[in-house]
Design a protein around this ligand. Structure first.
Ligand SMILES: Nc1ncnc2c1ncn2[C@@H]1O[C@H](COP(=O)(O)OP(=O)(O)OP(=O)(O)O)[C@@H](O)[C@H]1O
Ligand SMILES: [Mg+2]
Length: 256
C-alpha cells in the first residue's frame, strides 16, 4: 500500500548569509559592497542573482563561497560557519563542498578535457565516483571530446567541461558567475538546460549570477540586488517578468 505524505518536505539550507556586510577600502574611498544581506540558498534549488553593475553580485557570491573575506555578519555552508575556519580548513571546505563555474572557464590548457574534469579531485587526493562522472559527461554530451585539449574545443564545449568539473565531485553547492556570459545563445541554453536538469534530477543546488533575463528564467527564483542590498525576489521567474522588473530598476535609477 502506498501512503500519501502528509508532512510537508523540510528543505535543508545549503548555504546561508546572515547580515552579511562587505566593506572595501577605508575613509573616502570606502565602498560598502554588501550591506547586511541575509539570504538562504536551499538544497536542490536554482537561484539567480541579478542587479545592476556594481550592485554586489560577485561580492555576494565570493563571500558565500568562501573565496573572499567579509567585514561582518555570518556565512554558513551546510552546518559550517565560515568565520570559524582557519585558512587551510576553508580551502578544504571549498574543495570538498563547493563547485565553481566562472565566465573565463579556467581550464588548464595542457590537460585534456577529462583531466580537467577530475583535476580538483586529483588535487584533493580523492577518488572520483566513476559512474557519477560518466553520468555527468553523458548528460553534457562530452563523451567524444574527453581526450581533446581546451584549444581543440569550441567555447560551448569548454564551458561544458567547466560545468562537468564543477559537478564531478558532487559538491554541496555550485556557484556560477555569469557562467554563460561568453557563450552564444545556443551553447548558453545547453549549459543552462544542463544546470536545470542537475537541479531537477540530481538535487544539485545552484547559485548563478547573470545579467540575462532568459538565463534567469531557468532558475527557481531570482534575487535582485541594488547598492549592496537585496531589494526584491521573484519565484518561478519568466524572462518577460524579469525584464519588466529590471526596467523598473532602470527607471528608478535614472530619477534618483
Ligand atoms: N577589490 C575591490 N576593491 C574595492 N572595491 C571593490 C572591489 N571589488 C569590488 N568593489 C566594489 O564593490 C562594489 C560591488 O562590486 P561587485 O563586483 O560585487 O559588483 P557586481 O554586481 O558583480 O557588478 P558586475 O555586474 O559589473 O560584475 C562595486 O562598487 C565595486 O566597485
Ligand atoms: Mg560581477
Amino acid at each position: 500500500m502506498t501512503t500519501t505524505p502528509t508532512v510537508p518536505r523540510v528543505t535543508a539550507v545549503a548555504a546561508r548569509a546572515a547580515e552579511l556586510t562587505k566593506v572595501y577600502g577605508a575613509g573616502e574611498t570606502q565602498v560598502v559592497a554588501l550591506d547586511r544581506v541575509s539570504v538562504d540558498f536551499r538544497q536542490g534549488e536554482f537561484t539567480a542573482i541579478m542587479g545592476p553593475s556594481g550592485s554586489g553580485k560577485s561580492t555576494l557570491m565570493h563571500c558565500v563561497a568562501g573565496l573572499d573575506s567579509f567585514s561582518s555578519g555570518s556565512v554558513r555552508i551546510g552546518d559550517t560557519e565560515l568565520s570559524t575556519l582557519k585558512d587551510k580548513q576553508l580551502t578544504q571546505l571549498r574543495r570538498d563542498k563547493i563547485g565553481f563555474i566562472f565566465q573565463a572557464f579556467n581550464l588548464l590548457p595542457t590537460l585534456t578535457a577529462m583531466e580537467n574534469i577530475t583535476l580538483p579531485m586529483d588535487i584533493a587526493g580523492r577518488k572520483a565516483d566513476q559512474a557519477w562522472v560518466q553520468k555527468v559527461i553523458d548528460m553534457l554530451g562530452l563523451s567524444g571530446r574527453l581526450k581533446h585539449r581546451p584549444t581543440e574545443l569550441s567555447g560551448g564545449q569548454q564551458q561544458r567541461v567547466a560545468v562537468a568539473r564543477a559537478l564531478a565531485s558532487q559538491p554541496e553547492i555550485i556557484f556560477g558567475d555569469e557562467p554563460t556570459g561568453n557563450l552564444d545563445s545556443r551553447s548558453g541554453a545547453e549549459v543552462l538546460g544542463f544546470l536545470r536538469n542537475s537541479v531537477r534530477e540530481l538535487g544539485q543546488t545552484v547559485v548563478m549570477v547573470t545579467h540575462d533575463p532568459v538565463a534567469a528564467s531557468y532558475a527557481d527564483r531570482v534575487i535582485f540586488l541594488a547598492d549592496g542590498r537585496i531589494v526584491d525576489e521573484m519565484l518561478r521567474p519568466t524572462a518577460d517578468g524579469v525584464l519588466d522588473r529590471m526596467k523598473a530598476f532602470d527607471t528608478k535609477g535614472r530619477t534618483s
